[in-house]
Design a protein around this ligand. Sequence first.
Ligand code: SF4
Length: 144
Amino acid sequence: MKIMVSACLIGRKCKYSGGDNFDERTAALLRGHELVPVCPEVAGGLGVPRRPCEIVGDTVMNDRGENVGEAFRKGAEICLEKAREEGIDLAVLQPRSPSCGVRSVYDGTFSGRLTGGSGIFARLLMENGFRVVDAEEFASGEER
Ligand code: SF4
């Protein structure tokens, strides 16, 4: 399968903190597939490291109260285009991220609380008909 994957999941240090979200179990399951890594936040022009961001209403804010929604939307569009060009079969994304979260995201209060819903990029992929799962679903075998 050709799988689009959150770049931080396979060890790229593109997380807001400058780290990654490498997960051995997910990496092992991805082995043997053709991977298309993307980081929509970096694609949208945000740097590493960057301020933590959460979805607030219909946009995305950082923890200083700055509206970064445009960069999130731009990065999501760029990565959607890549998914189309590559003809991916599946996207496996990092849970809970304001871009890549699939089933839940932080609730916009910067207090660590989660709420149901998807990140900007995950939602755009789903709206355009792509199969999208988060790494936890993928590792649990729910999607294979
Ligand atoms: S935007 Fe997605 S790929 Fe980039 S660091 Fe966040 S979770 Fe990882």
